[in-house]
Design a protein around this ligand. Structure first.
Ligand SMILES: [Zn+2]
Length: 111
C-alpha cells in the first residue's frame, strides 16, 4: 500500500465524477480521478527565432486526494510531460483570464 494508505481510506465512497478503479497498487490509487476531456489543437513552439505551430492533444480532468480532500483541475499534454495541476481558485482565475484575453482579440466565448 503506497503512501501510508489504509484499506479504509481507499474504501471511502467516490465522488460522482470519479472513474478510477482504486485497486490500491499504486500511489495514484490514492486520488479520485475524473474522466478526461480531450482538446485537439495547436500550440506554438519557439524555434529558430519564430513561433512554429505544432499539433497537440490536451487533457483536462479532476483529481482529489483521498488523504486531504483537496480538489485539483489538471491540464496535461497527452503526449508530453506537461501537467499543470491547478487548485480550483486558480482554475477559475485562468478561465476568466482566457475569456478576457480572447475578448481583446475579438474572439469572445459565447455561453
Ligand atoms: Zn474514486
Amino acid at each position: 500500500m503506497a503512501g501510508g494508505a489504509t484499506p479504509e481510506t481507499i474504501s471511502q465512497p467516490c465522488p460522482s465524477w470519479c472513474e478510477r478503479e482504486h485497486a490500491g497498487a499504486h500511489a495514484d490509487d490514492l486520488l479520485h480521478t475524473g474522466g478526461g476531456r480531450f482538446v485537439d489543437g495547436v500550440v506554438g513552439r519557439w524555434r529558430s527565432g519564430e513561433i512554429q505551430p505544432e499539433p497537440v492533444t490536451l487533457i483536462v480532468y479532476l483529481e482529489q486526494s483521498l488523504a486531504d480532500k483537496s480538489l485539483w483541475l489538471s491540464l496535461a499534454d497527452a503526449e508530453g510531460p506537461l501537467c499543470l495541476r491547478l487548485d480550483m481558485h486558480t482554475a477559475r482565475s485562468l478561465v476568466q483570464a482566457l475569456r478576457v484575453t480572447l475578448e481583446v482579440a475579438d474572439l469572445p466565448i459565447s455561453g
